[in-house]
Write a protein that binds this ligand. Structure first.
Ligand code: ATP
Length: 358
């Protein structure tokens, strides 16, 4: 690639700034190792921005996000933000809606050296629809999908569209072709006959176009048990927004530390790397957070960019970052505290850099 890749880095709240420092250090090392030209712009969001400019999502951030090739987003503590009229806006929701990041790709797998609450091993990816479903902040053209017609009645609208279902299914099947060639669709069509009926109809249509990918369906409540009882049977799981959110938290918990859970929010023209976990205020500012989640998310972004720009260097850099993470984790001397190690966030980042450059 001749022109530089432009990225926007948004620290977010809690452990965000710390895991971002480690992530950008690894990105810098990967750029050096593979001769990549990467320009990084930093902007403030979250509580820092609220203090400085009265809003958690200052004007200009969205425009900057649209203008760059990709965004690296730290976790945000949006549950604790003030109401919207006092400047509390969820930057993650805004980016997902405004950049139309319809596919939230959430890998989860067990590793021999990470203690898991179950003895079974697995390696799966949850492909979660990211712009529809029950998410009141992003499903409407104007207003919100949650409302109270009377003081004693609260209602939430769930949005499922044919196109939204088709495109998330397409993402899932394309991913499955690169993996173990199996897609499982999650639904509750026995109760939500119309909305999940529409979702399943579209997924089945896409499945027909991928005859070499095995396809099955599971009801969401049964799925929560199956993930514990027999997770190895799953490869790519495709789900509407809230079912995908809940199942991916379960899968990352079963895989061990939340600090390992990477994810990518991808649309047609934009992508945002974002750890699966929240801002972890309980461990913020102590240099003990595990930055693997955000470093791994950044590697997913490099791969997405590599495919988009047909750049072998970016693809190699993505593979190398993931290999460096694994090599660092395999050594008991270079693990963070959540994995029983002693390294701080910054030192772990430096250890990954050393594997990349060394
Ligand atoms: P939020 O309000 O932003 O959702 P939270 O603390 O409620 O934050 P998470 O941030 O998802 O939710 O954290 C859940 C638990 O997992 C916390 O105990 C937290 O310390 C731990 N945790 C989350 N991320 C990491 C990480 N990167 N490294 C180590 N522990 C983590």
């Amino acid at each position: 690639m001749t022109s530089p890749i432009k990225l926007l880095a948004l620290d977010g709240d809690g452990i965000g700034p710390e895991i971002m420092v480690a992530t950008l250090a690894v990105l810098d090392a990967a750029a050096k190792a593979f001769g990549l030209k990467i320009e990084i712009r930093k902007m403030d969001i979250g509580f820092l921005a609220l203090k400085a400019s009265g809003t958690t999502m200052p004007p200009g951030v969205l425009e900057a996000a649209k203008a760059v090739d990709g965004v690296v987003l730290g976790p945000v503590q949006h549950d604790d933000y003030p109401p919207t009229d006092k400047g509390g806006v969820n930057p993650s929701g805004v980016l997902r809606k405004e950049l139309d990041l319809y596919a939230n790709i959430r890998p989860a797998r067990t590793r021999p050296y990470v203690p898991s609450p179950i003895t079974k091993t697995f390696d799966l990816v949850i492909v979660r629809e990211n712009t529809e479903g029950f998410y009141a902040d992003r499903t409407m053209f104007a207003g919100t999908g949650e409302f109270m017609p009377t003081p004693d009645l609260a209602m939430a609208m769930r949005k499922v569209t044919r196109e939204g279902s088709r495109r998330i299914a397409q993402s899932a099947f394309e991913l499955a072709k690169l993996r173990r060639r199996k897609v499982t669709a999650i639904h509750k069509a026995n109760v939500l006959r119309v909305s999940d009926g529409l979702f399943l109809a579209e997924v089945r249509k896409v499945a027909k176009a991928f005859p070499d990918v095995a396809y099955d369906e599971k009801i969401v409540d049964a799925m929560t048990a199956l993930l514990i009882r027999d997770p190895a049977q799953f490869d790519v799981i495709v789900a509407t927004n809230m079912f995908g959110d809940i199942l991916s938290d379960e899968a990352s918990e079963l895989a061990g530390s939340l600090g390992m859970a990477a994810s990518l929010n991808a649309g047609t023209d934009n992508a945002v790397a974002q750890a699966q976990h929240g801002s972890a205020p309980d461990i913020a500012g102590r240099d003990i957070a595990n930055p693997v989640s955000l470093i791994g998310s950044m590697a997913m972004l490099l791969r997405w960019l590599g495919e988009r720009h047909t750049s072998p260097e970016l693809l190699k850099a993505a593979d190398a970052v993931e290999a460096a993470i694994e090599a660092t984790l395999e050594d008991p001397n270079t693990r963070t505290r959540d994995l029983g190690g002693t390294l701080g966030t910054k030192a772990f980042g430096a250890a990954v850099c050393a594997k990349l450059i060394g």
